[in-house]
Design a protein around this ligand. Structure first.
Ligand SMILES: Cc1ncc(C[n+]2csc(CCOP(=O)(O)OP(=O)(O)O)c2C)c(N)n1
Ligand SMILES: [Mg+2]
Length: 586
């Protein structure tokens, strides 16, 4: 048997073991050095393999699929800059705690650092962004080594998934010849009988009565609590547990839609606008705050929490995410939040007036917001509100960073059956968003809608290729406001030096527009034609509703484009905040 046969036997064992562990999907990208790796994944019947031209897209696609499925996804690539293209997804996986398995093909040691082609230093390439790095080496496929390969696959799978999930990087040196002339022998490859995994890993569950007991102990004596819930993608039972706890305790539930928990009678949907109103923020004084998931995106809520170091703030943090930049948390419980909240209640429910003041303010804010939006036609906030009302419960909304994720938080209603909302919020990048949304769409038959700005779409335009090459359905709602509208909210928009004339662009353009807002000038309808998307423009709210329901009914790859203006968008948001303040002062 040749060394290449041994390589393929080892890789067959590796891919097979990933499937036995429970992995269902892998992403590939083209190359020669990676052929043994990619073909071994492709031949494994337990894995569905998604092919991508661009490794950066592959990485984000795998990330989106891992988020949607809550399972590790493998992504394999060839050597050189191909491997470097996976860094952004690895960084996001670290920050957002998403399980990924990165499998890079490499030159063998004798072809490294000596002028051999397409060879870079791939050892520890992702630095501290990878949870574990391992150089696999080259081996004979004897029985012991086949067994070791299966254990390695299981270890990589479980390391990515357990504790604080993240990306594991395995580097595979591969020698020529890279393909076999003959069929692989159907030999013993040390697999356990009956499709059983070679190794089963079990951890003590962080839930159960102990979790509830730990929370109950911290709640003793609490009278006016607040429950704050941010992005949490891995616990399907959590939204109901949060809503149930808040309703029973009489605590307001401030839930970012990324938590899935903006539901139930205690949910306060408009906390972002409410807490911008200083008299409101200053006069709601809880004696305990329980925090679950990431910190919500809302800056007013983050500041409200930060200004309360004197209040007992308790984090339920089973993945050790340490979400506390203001250093105000006094207790961090490594317990499963769903189990803890389902089993614990404060000794006495809060005085009903406590929740009632929040609910009353929320209702007034909601009416004020509706009033402003009704008068302002189709706007970015109106799109967020419409999506909140129109998307069916089984849909998934993938939101891009920048204003989309903020508008969803501000304008998304409370509803009993909120659709799932996903976002690359670990590192807040605008990169890879189209690919990640396609990855989420690969998980299941339910519709996925991507809400994205023009710059983020231009950044991952190549991700649109998944519509044709993978035949996946996705509805993209594009908010084209002529650049990064978020920057118009920031001091840089008015800074004199940013308003100086810029070089390198059209005459008269200032530095803010050229270098910070970066309007693309693209005709996105033409991009749709190129990548095989149906394109439609919505001009008003009714038109948007119709376009969205057409897109959801038709399936396939579709884009609904909404044009806007950055300055008008800022003015509209300010009008909303003003009117909410007025409604609260009445
Ligand atoms: C990879 C990456 N590069 C740059 C940024 C900085 N950034 C944040 S928001 C933004 C503009 C996004 O514009 P768009 O997608 O049109 O959304 P809008 O601000 O208009 O809502 C940029 C460049 C980032 N977050 N990630
Ligand atoms: Mg924009």
């Amino acid at each position: 048997m040749t060394a290449t046969t041994d390589t393929y036997r080892l890789l067959r064992a590796f891919a097979g073991e990933l499937a036995r562990c429970g992995m269902r999907a892998a992403c590939t990208s083209p190359g020669s050095r990676s052929a043994p790796l990619v073909l071994s994944l492709a031949r494994e019947p337990g894995l569905r393999c998604y092919s991508h031209v661009d490794e950066r897209c592959a990485g984000f696609f795998a990330l989106g699929l891992a988020k949607a499925s809550r399972m590790p996804v493998a992504v394999a690539c060839t050597s050189g800059t191909a491997a470097a293209e996976l860094l952004p997804a690895v960084v996001e996986a670290r920050e957002a705690r998403v399980p990924l398995l990165v499998l890079t093909a490499d030159r063998p040691p004798e072809l490294r650092d000596n002028g051999a082609g397409q060879a870079i230093d791939q050892l520890g390439l992702y630095g501290t962004a990878a949870k574990w790095f391992f150089e696999v080496g080259t081996h004979d496929a004897d029985e012991g080594r086949l067994r070791w390969m299966r254990t390695l696959a299981a270890r990589a799978f479980w390391t990515a998934l357990e504790g604080r999930p993240g990306a594991v990087h395995l580097n595979f040196p591969l020698r020529e010849p890279l393909v076999l002339d003959e069929e692989l022998p159907e030999d013993e490859d040390a697999a356990r009988p009956g499709g059983a995994p070679h190794l089963v890993r079990r951890a003590a569950p962080p839930g159960g009565p102990a979790a509830a007991g730990a929370l109950a102990a911290t709640l003793e004596g609490a009278e006016r609590g607040v429950l704050v819930a941010g992005r949490e993608e891995r616990s399907p039972d959590l939204p109901a547990a949060l809503a149930g706890f808040a309703a029973a305790a009489g605590w307001p539930l401030l839930a970012d839609p990324l938590s899935g928990a903006r539901l139930g009678p205690a949910a306060v949907a408009h906390y972002d606008a409410l807490l911008r109103h200083e008299p409101f923020a200053a006069t709601r004084e809880p004696d305990v705050i329980v925090r679950v998931g990431d910190l919500p995106v809302s800056k007013p809520l983050r500041e409200w929490l930060a200004r309360r170091p004197h209040v007992r703030q308790v984090a339920l943090d089973p993945e050790a995410s340490w979400q506390d930049p203001a250093a105000v948390v006094c207790e961090s419980l490594a317990v499963d939040p769903a189990a803890a909240l389902a089993g614990a209640r404060p000794l006495r429910p809060a005085d009903p007036a406590w929740l009632a003041t929040w609910r009353d303010a929320d209702a007034r804010a909601g009416a004020a917001i509706d009033g402003v939006l009704a008068d302002s036609g189709l706007s970015e906030p109106a799109v967020a509100a419409e999506l909140g009302a129109l998307l069916p419960a089984e849909a998934t909304l993938f939101v891009a960073s920048s204003m989309p994720v903020r508008d969803i938080e501000t304008f998304w209603p409370q509803r009993p059956d909120p659709p799932r909302v996903l976002c690359n919020r670990g590192a807040n990048g605008i990169d890879g968003t189209v690919s990640a949304a396609f990855g989420a769409a690969a998980h299941g038959p339910e519709p996925v809608v991507l809400l994205i700005g023009d710059v983020a779409l231009a950044h991952d335009m190549g991700g649109l290729l998944a519509a044709r090459r993978l035949g996946l359905a996705l509805t993209i709602v594009l908010l084209d406001n002529g650049g990064g509208g978020i920057f118009d909210f920031l001091p840089v928009a008015d800074a004199p030096m940013a308003r100086e004339p810029a070089t390198g662009g059209p005459a008269g353009e200032d530095s803010f527009t050229r270098h910070i807002a970066t309007p693309t000038g693209l005709d996105f309808a033409a991009a749709c034609a190129l990548y095989g998307f149906e394109h439609e423009r919505a001009e008003d709210r009714d038109g948007f509703r119709r376009a969205l329901s057409r897109a959801l009914a038709a399936g396939g790859a579709r884009m609904v484009e909404v044009r806007g203006d950055r300055a008008e968008n800022v003015a509209l948001h300010r009008r909303v905040w003003l009117e909410v303040g007025r409604a609260l002062s009445r």
